[in-house]
Design a protein around this ligand. Structure first.
Ligand code: UT7
Length: 348
């Protein structure tokens, strides 16, 4: 049986840099608060009308394809992870297929938020291992700046997230010991509403504690109402402390699960690339696992939390800066909305 290998990886971040101080123009916050609580110093925001989740993904994909020595025409399957799609439907996968002039291949959209890229990588891995596909493009891309609220009421969310994209080309390899060794995926929907965007949605307030009476009409009109827009229910909601508490348990758990499944231990990790949720979460996880600074890669300081894009951006940047070498053991780990969490262990 083949293993999958990451044959090429690339990333793109928009040119517009917004520092923490820049955000104080829109809301009551401070550079000090954001740095202390999150480690973030600045983030990139896409050009408001010129760039979309798909256009950023294309730039990351082009870099990944070039490094893999392949072309868009060679791609057999697309997996696109995002929580900020260009359209509510169809997903960004088909837009990428169209804009990159790809063949009429399958395009799968993944909605697992911060864990989206690792989930997507796991799906791609299965298709490669079975021999079904030989070149899979896996993408994580986000344009948070378009959907977020930059008023003080949403400051706990809007200071954290940034825009960007990362992509990887997966191919089969027969080289012994090389490639994706394992992936582990988990979910627990008990707290699904703690990190969520409720509208547009078909839940009709069923799961929300502040459920409002339905409009009088018999059918329709509940997916997105003017009232929901006005009340802020169509904005991302996050109970930050609750997410933080769960994240610092599930990150180490899923990393240890990956190591145990491969008969390895923490000291074998050459580079842990955690989803860039919050520098304090990454540092806490590093401490719990007893990892040195050189074993963990963080770049949230420059880009904020880019959700599904954060792992491929960090992986690309670590690789570009020579921090990942052939034969290294790389661990990817993610946790986020759902809750969902996941890990992948890769022999580079
Ligand atoms: O990638 C997806 C997964 N998401 C995460 O992993 C996020 C996990 N959670 C976190 O990273 C942290 O909980 C946050 C960074 C979101 C918040 O940090 P915190 O230390 O948990 O702060 P908090 O929410 O408990 O808020 C503390 C105070 C509050 O004021 P009071 O009630 O103590 O007066 C907030 O209103 O900080 C206030 N606050 C702010 N102040 C200045 C919240 N956001 C801001 C802000 N600037 N941007």
């Amino acid at each position: 049986m083949y293993r999958s290998t990451i044959a090429g990886i690339g990333f793109y971040v928009p040119e517009n840099v917004y520092t923490n101080s820049d955000l104080t123009r829109f809301m009551e916050t401070s550079d000090e608060w954001i740095r202390e609580r999150t480690g973030i110093q600045e983030r990139r925001f896409a050009d408001r009308y010129g760039e979309t989740t798909t256009t950023m993904a294309i730039k990351a994909a082009e870099a990944a394809l070039e490094r893999a020595g392949t072309t868009a025409q060679d791609i057999d399957f697309i997996i696109f992870a995002t929580l900020t799609p260009d359209y509510y439907f169809p997903g960004c996968g088909v837009l990428l297929q169209r804009e990159m002039g790809m063949r009429e291949i399958g395009a799968l959209d993944v909605r697992n938020q911060c864990s989206g890229f690792v989930y997507a990588l796991s799906v791609a891995d299965q298709f490669i291992k079975t021999g079904m596909y030989k070149n899979i493009l896996v993408v994580g891309s986000e344009k948070h700046s378009f959907a977020m609220d930059f008023a003080t009421r949403s400051r706990n969310v809007s200071v954290i997230f940034g825009d960007g994209a990362g992509a990887a080309v997966l191919q089969p390899t027969e080289e012994p010991g090389k490639g994706i060794l394992s992936t582990h995926l988990h979910s627990d929907g008990a707290d699904a509403e703690l990190l969520a965007m409720y509208y547009p949605g078909a839940h009709a307030n069923k799961w929300l504690s502040d459920a409002k009476p339905f409009p009088e009409q018999e059918l329709g009109g509940l997916f997105l109402t003017a009232e929901q827009l006005e009340s802020g229910a169509a904005l991302p909601y996050m109970d930050g402390p609750a997410v933080f508490k769960k994240a610092v348990v599930k990150f180490p758990e899923v990393i240890k699960e990956a190591l145990a499944a491969n008969g390895l231990s923490e000291k074998d990790i050459d580079m842990l690339i955690p989803h860039q949720a919050n520098l304090r979460i990454s540092q806490y996880v590093q401490k719990l696992l007893g990892l040195s600074d050189s074993q963990v890669f963080n770049n949230i300081q420059k880009y904020g939390n880019t959700t599904a894009a954060s792992i491929p951006i960090a992986l690309s940047e670590a690789w570009e800066s020579g921090k990942i070498k052939s034969g290294d053991l790389i661990c990817l780990a993610a946790f986020g909305s759902g809750f969902t969490w996941a890990s992948a262990l890769i022999r580079w």
